[in-house]
Ligand binder design. Structure first.
Ligand code: FE2
Length: 312
């Protein structure tokens, strides 16, 4: 594993076009975050993932089309999350090869080694979190996708509806963790370096200072009952930053279609218990030392750029 792993995955993606074009490769421009049968139409398969090529300096976007004009709600949420995440690196985990008809996902490599977030997050936690927990979400999501496809073939609507929970939980677990890994970086690779530019300005304007924002995030994260996530996001409709939480593995977008997560902190016990025991506030206090503000800034600027484009 290392920084070049994403590049290798990108190259792999290029080679695996046949897999990516489960239905077809969409040649046009998908609006940011839009879910439109007319934009992403054509393939008859229920889950057809299309990759929109780089258009006018933007990152590739993803289209997910559904047959019968209906997109399962959980999949729609994931699509928005994907669109928000944008970049090709993220695509590696989602455009994984599948020879079984449905577009399955794969566990992405981390952009750093398991031990590189120490002492903030131990190598043991990182390995278990990535290789066991995230892998389980990937596996279970793929199983649910295949069951969904089988149910669809049988026109078994009850079975299809019954699978929405598994798609939401495991699909959310996958996309959330994909973002989480990229939202972190070893201190020697920029982790903890303070945000600059428009994001820093927005934080100062809306929260008073970065310290005040961190206090707000930590308080919200500590207050999550059971398992969940605390988010720093952008409301695409207003352009404002926001702090919010979600339970279980729900992505931020479940709180509103216009919400784009730019920083997600996993507050499940599996993210910290081996090291911080039951003291979640300590984990939240220290995690900022390895927050990859460059990645957070990239997501912020991407969301704001898309917002401007959408208003033209
Ligand atoms: Fe987790």
């Amino acid at each position: 594993m290392g920084p070049d792993s994403c590049l290798r995955n990108d190259a792999q993606l290029e080679r695996n076009d046949a897999h990516v074009q489960n239905g077809k490769i969409w040649k046009g421009h998908c609006s940011f975050g839009a879910i439109s049968e007319s934009l992403c139409a054509a393939p008859s398969r229920l889950f057809c993932l299309s990759v929109c090529p780089k258009v006018e300096g933007s990152d590739p976007f993803f289209c997910l089309s559904g047959s019968g004009g209906i997109l399962p709600a959980a999949m729609a949420l994931l699509l928005r999350q994907l669109s928000a995440a944008g970049g090709r690196r993220f695509s590696a985990g989602l455009a994984a090869a599948s020879t079984r008809g449905v577009q399955t996902v794969a566990l992405p490599d981390l952009p750093y080694d398991y031990a590189e977030l120490e002492p903030v997050v131990s190598a043991e936690i990182m390995e278990l979190h990535h290789a066991k927990h995230h892998q389980a979400y990937v596996n279970n999501y793929n199983v649910a996708l295949e069951k969904y496809e089988a149910a669809e073939k049988k026109k078994d609507t009850h079975a299809m509806i019954a699978l929405h929970g598994a798609l939401r939980f495991n699909g959310g677990g996958h996309v959330n963790h994909c973002q989480f890994w990229e939202n972190l970086a070893p201190e020697k690779k920029g982790g903890g370096e303070l945000p600059q530019g428009p994001l820093a300005d927005a934080i100062a304007t809306q929260f008073g200072s970065l310290d005040e924002l961190i206090k707000k995030v930590n308080a919200a994260g500590a207050a999550v009952q059971g398992s969940g996530w605390v988010w720093l996001g952008v409301n695409k409709d207003t352009g404002k930053l926001l702090v919010d939480t979600t339970p279980n593995q729900d992505p931020l977008v479940v709180k509103g279609a216009g919400l784009v997560s730019i920083l997600g902190i996993d507050v499940w016990e599996h993210a910290y218990y081996l090291q911080y025991k039951n003291v979640r506030p300590d984990y939240l206090k220290h995690i900022w030392k390895v927050v990859n503000w460059r990645d957070v800034t990239r997501r912020y600027e991407q969301a704001m750029k898309a917002r401007v484009a959408a208003t033209k």
